[in-house]
Design a protein around this ligand. Sequence first.
Ligand code: NAD
Length: 498
Amino acid sequence: MGYEITHWIDGQEVAGSGATQPIMDPATGAQVGTLHLGDAGTVDRAVQVAAAAQKEWAKVSLARRTQILYRMRQLMIEHTDEIAAVITREHGKTLADAAGEIARGLETLEFATSITQDLKGGFSQNISTGVDGHTLRQPLGVVAGITPFNFPVMVPFWMHPIAIATGNAFVLKPSERDPSASNLVARLYQEAGLPDGVFQVVHGGKEVVDALCTHDGVAAVSFVGSTPIAKHVHSVASASGKRVQALGGANNHAVVMPDANIEFAAAQIASGAFGSAGERCMAVPVAVTVGDVHEEFLAAIRAEAEKLIVGPGNDPATDMPPVITPDAKARVIRMTDEAEAAGGTIVVDGRGLVVEGHENGNFVGPTVITGLAADHPTYTDEVFGPLLVVMHVNNFDEAVELVNSSPFGNGTAIFTDSGHYARRYQDEIQVGMIGINVPIPTPVGYYSFGGWKDSLFGEHHAHGPEGVSFYTRQKAVTTRWPAQNESVESSMSFPTHD
Ligand code: NAD
């Protein structure tokens, strides 16, 4: 039904195991396409092709690799509208938001065009008399990326430009909910001149993921998704001897200090809580009011939430799109019901919202809840929808304690006029990415992205300098060139550096 999406292996479309899955439009609830699912055999085929392609790709000069990346950047820019439309159709987010994720993804590609700098090793002359030392970084081989539905272009771009620039071949397993953009990216890489087999796409679910995590030909796995699957991927791939970075879920808090500009904070937090219907790993599902600003903040956030236009992502008037699936909608409604049953105050109620002409879409309105206990699941669990819980504490220290008690540590923000508290916050908070009067502090492509605690398993953050070290291994070379007639005394003792 509708269009068909197959795997992209060795530079062409390839059918899968025979099993298929419908691709749905979240705004209408209608099937728009059919995805061909892969299995362990599909993974094996892609990895074999990748291994052969990688051997040749690793020999290609840095200058040539960089030229291909520049061409790819240009093609992505020229095709932004087309790719954004595909993202909106399958994910639901607004067209502007989809174009924004393409631009943010390109930051990593732009960073990767400087790989000539980042692959420079060190050199030391005369580390011992007549002996020099130098380091070089080499690719791992075939590396895999497993990515979530919420950023079908940006998150894979955190991975593949650096993996490819450093000489690896990359096998992408995108989310099965919005798979089409990955095939478009594969075609553009081919048009940019990337040899077939260096970037491939295998579609599917658990079977494909597990096959990638255990395949002998895969050297490393980058994963982004929910915490339970991140833990699973980290343990299975690590047990198979692979290098792994597995970024997990989040429950990001924004602290509102008494000295903050409340209107500014409310507008920023509304954008963090309700932008892309809250389906961002750096969304802000929790606001923490400190001291006497609680009521003022509630009034301001209610005003922000109530003015949002909820509708399909392809309508330019839409502020907030649908969520990804009927299950995701049901989860937001259930978490609101449970909060209400526990005595929480529903400040803004998103349940029951119907978008005219889109009655079967996965729409739920912006929701604001306060008055919950600190152990209520609507506060502690990741909702991944447009639901903001407003917690209240008496002072800065209690705010830090509340944020640090979360098992997640992806992002956080503080809204304040005080440099003193801002500085203390960034020092004392156990979270990987911090915004000071910035609600979604997603690092730019030339820094690295990663949370702490249950938001990341593995040693490396994504993209930027940590991406280069993740996708390469270092060698240290020690060199001596004695003259042909030079006599050197041999010694059985451990060499010293004279
Ligand atoms: P998900 O964990 O359900 O899926 C992620 C990937 O894992 C997909 O490719 C999926 O096919 C695969 N997968 C799903 N179930 C699996 C299983 N049982 N075994 C093996 N593989 C499986 O996540 P999602 O719903 O696509 O995305 C939303 C989640 O991703 C949220 O928790 C969000 O916080 C998180 N996320 C985190 C970051 C980050 O940088 N930390 C970024 C984006 C999204």
